[in-house]
Design a protein around this ligand. Structure first.
Ligand code: SF4
Ligand code: SF4
Length: 293
């Protein structure tokens, strides 16, 4: 049994370009009483598909960086010679190159280095047309620590969650790095969106290994399954050997691209895909019943 009102569904892909974001937006469109979070903070794009209105904007402080106070700096040159990242020249810190190690701050004999938190990005609280909340973030170019931003974004989205909320849909980042770990934290179920390509199969295996370490229930959706039936069969075989249910197969359809170009959600314009998405939702519900009851 759940000790909270909602189920948190995290959508991952192991690689970019599998249609994960389109899948997330389609799933979000057919669910009621939901919150949607785009955790792909390095390349957010769910906001391009989901019609929304931004209602609050928050600064994200990713870490500290150095600045030189020119009125105190004696131009002794000590910091410039010792910065391992060559971030200081002409007694000025290049903010893109500064890694925030704080070494210059500690060694400056004249206390001329200011070391302070800087704004590394923004995150947004939005309303969807059905009044559901939607959250996304943008990390500034050159800023790291996207895993920390994912955690902060999820914390904001999940605080004071109303009891009527039944679903939290998390569109995770591609890959298997730290932001993926942060996205999958506290997931009730992970949907792995893959495709029948060699790289798709390879990244599916890497992602499965990662999820095994978390012991999170997961199922596979094969997108564009009909583009290579041999590789689709391999994915089914791999899934069977690893106890992973294939909870849906989505055919290639040119209408996906047309919908994207026209700013439409595919489930609103394609009945076949809408029916497939309802079936996948039912599969997820059945998997959750099996896992938690
Ligand atoms: S160590 Fe301090 S005083 Fe010397 S160049 Fe750097 S900031 Fe200026
Ligand atoms: S904080 Fe570290 S990386 Fe940044 S300028 Fe100072 S020594 Fe270089």
């Amino acid at each position: 049994m759940f000790d909270k009102s909602y189920k948190q569904i995290v959508i991952l892909s192991g690689k970019g370009g599998t249609g994960k974001t389109t899948f997330s937006s389609s799933l979000a469109a057919i669910l009621n009483n939901k919150i949607v979070i785009d955790c792909d903070v390095d390349a957010a794009n769910l906001f391009l598909i989901l019609k929304h209105e931004v209602i609050s904007t928050f600064d994200y402080y990713g870490g500290k960086k150095a600045l030189i106070n020119q009125t105190k700096c004696t131009e002794c040159g000590l910091c410039q010679g010792l910065c391992s990242f060559d971030a200081i020249s002409n007694f000025t810190v290049d903010q893109l190159s500064c890694e925030g190690c704080g070494f210059c701050y500690r060694i400056c004999p004249f206390e001329a280095v200011i070391f302070k938190q800087i704004v590394s990005g923004k995150y947004y609280e939005c309303l969807l047309p059905d009044n559901s909340k939607f959250y996304y973030a943008k990390l500034y170019a050159g800023e790291g620590n996207s895993g920390k931003l994912v955690s902060e974004l999820k914390r904001k989205a999940l605080e004071n969650i109303p009891p009527e909320i039944e679903w939290v849909i998390v569109d995770g980042p591609p890959g298997v790095g730290c932001p993926v770990n942060a996205s999958a934290a506290a997931a009730d179920y992970v949907v792995i969106v893959t495709e029948p390509t060699l790289s798709g199969v390879h990244d599916l295996k890497r992602l499965t290994e990662l999820l095994n370490t978390f012991k999170i229930n997961a199922g596979i959706v094969i997108n564009k399954y009909d583009l290579n039936m041999d590789l689709t069969s391999q994915i089914f075989k791999y899934a069977g050997n690893n106890g992973l249910p294939v909870i849906g197969t989505i055919p290639f359809d040119k209408e996906f691209m047309n919908a994207l170009i026209n700013g439409e959600n595919i489930v609103e314009v394609n009945e076949n895909i809408r029916e497939i998405m309802y079936s996948i939702r039912n599969q997820i519900e059945q998997q959750l019943e099996l896992a938690f009851n």
